[in-house]
Write a protein that binds this ligand. Structure first.
Ligand SMILES: NC(=O)c1ccc[n+]([C@@H]2O[C@H](COP(=O)([O-])OP(=O)(O)OC[C@H]3O[C@@H](n4cnc5c(N)ncnc54)[C@H](O)[C@@H]3O)[C@@H](O)[C@H]2O)c1
Length: 322
């Protein structure tokens, strides 16, 4: 198959491209390098089955000259913790509209990257695809990201209803691993690993009792690949995550990373940062996936526990710093 991967130079994009090329597919990647890196796609540059366009998906023409069988739409702005809610809303909706327009016009499938953030602060965990999406108030800008992704999901499903667009929506839960962004853009694990490697205190936002369920990138890519190729994935929404038992508090994540890097006897250095320092911020207290749908329909089975995945990630991140 020939696939377009948007956001190909980013974290999930570059890992997906590597997997698709290994499986013998042809891939056209596109990225504007706003959050992506040349080093992420450098290994594929000489692969004859890989082509790359440096382009901006806010521009409708960016994809017009590429023909393909399906588009995996990963390019996105994320939670505006340090950035700007207007950019998140504008960029995410414009890019999704442009990608959907091409898919409708060329009659090809879209695989859309959504997020566990769409479940918002729904207190009823675990989150299944049938759970309510309970985002917070509009004056808390972190919800702009979830709202932009909810809009994207609605927009895609409405295009399915009106024009027969074939789609699969993948809701990722905190993925981590090779090529992850090393700042908060890449998630707490990236930052914690970087700090522990430098023997600097781990920065915990709030009291650290908030929980997440992290997914190693190889499992994320495996789930995403099933969403692309399995015909049973058509016109469905799937959580892509690790097992619910992997739920961990952010404080325990910090301590685990410290132990894996600095040894069992090292007392972790922790620095608590009050939420108030981010302005009007609101956190999600528990985030736990229900993955029974993707397990049943797409035969997905995550293979990496948190400690194994982190060990791999730390090896990769240590190599980068060498
Ligand atoms: N990483 C996770 O844990 C996670 C969790 C939930 C959802 N997601 C979603 O998965 C997708 C991929 O996430 P990621 O972690 O790989 O993010 P990432 O930021 O590493 O990759 C996104 C890529 O999109 C590119 N991009 C952004 N705006 C663009 C534009 N206007 N034109 C062209 N390229 C543009 C960036 O340069 C970047 O390389 C995103 O849609 C994200 O919202 C990721």
């Amino acid at each position: 198959m020939k696939l377009i991967v948007t956001g190909a130079a980013g974290f999930i994009g570059s890992n997906l491209v590597g997997h698709l090329l290994n499986e013998g597919h042809q891939v056209a990647g596109i990225d504007n390098f706003s959050y992506g890196f040349e080093r992420n796609i450098a290994p594929f540059r000489n692969n004859k089955k890989f082509s790359f366009v440096e382009g901006d998906l806010r521009d409708k023409a960016a994809l017009s000259k590429i023909n393909c069988d399906a588009i995996v739409h990963l390019a996105s702005q994320k939670i505006p913790r340090y950035s700007n809610a207007l950019v998140t809303l504008d960029d995410n909706t414009t890019m999704t509209k442009n990608v959907v327009a091409k898919c409708v016009q060329d009659k090809i499938k879209i695989i859309y990257a959504s997020t566990s953030d769409v479940y918002g602060k729904n207190p009823n965990v675990p989150y299944s695809e049938e759970s309510d999406l309970t985002v917070g108030k509009t004056n808390v800008k972190r919800w702009a990201y979830a709202v932009s992704k909810i809009y994207g999901e609605h927009y895609i499903i409405a295009n399915h209803d009106e024009y027969g667009l074939d789609y699969t929506i993948a809701r990722f839960f905190g993925s981590y691993g090779y090529n992850q962004n090393l700042t908060w853009w890449g998630g707490p694990q990236s930052v914690f690993i970087g700090l522990a490697l430098k023997n600097l205190p781990i920065e915990i936002h709030g009291d650290g009792k908030q929980t997440r369920t992290f997914t190693f990138i190889k499992d994320t890519v495996d789930g995403l690949s099933r969403c692309i190729f399995d015909s049973n994935a058509s016109n469905q929404v799937f959580n892509i995550a690790s097992e619910p038992k992997e739920e961990i508090t952010i404080l325990d994540l910090g301590k685990l990373i410290w132990r894996l890097i600095r040894g069992n006897d090292a007392e972790p250095k922790i620095n608590f940062i009050p939420y108030a320092s981010f302005g009007n911020y609101e956190d999600v207290l528990r985030r736990v996936p229900d993955i029974s749908k993707i397990k049943t329909i797409l035969k997905y089975q995550p293979k990496y526990g948190l400690e194994d995945g982190l060990t791999e990630t730390i090896k990769w991140q240590t190599g980068l710093n060498d």
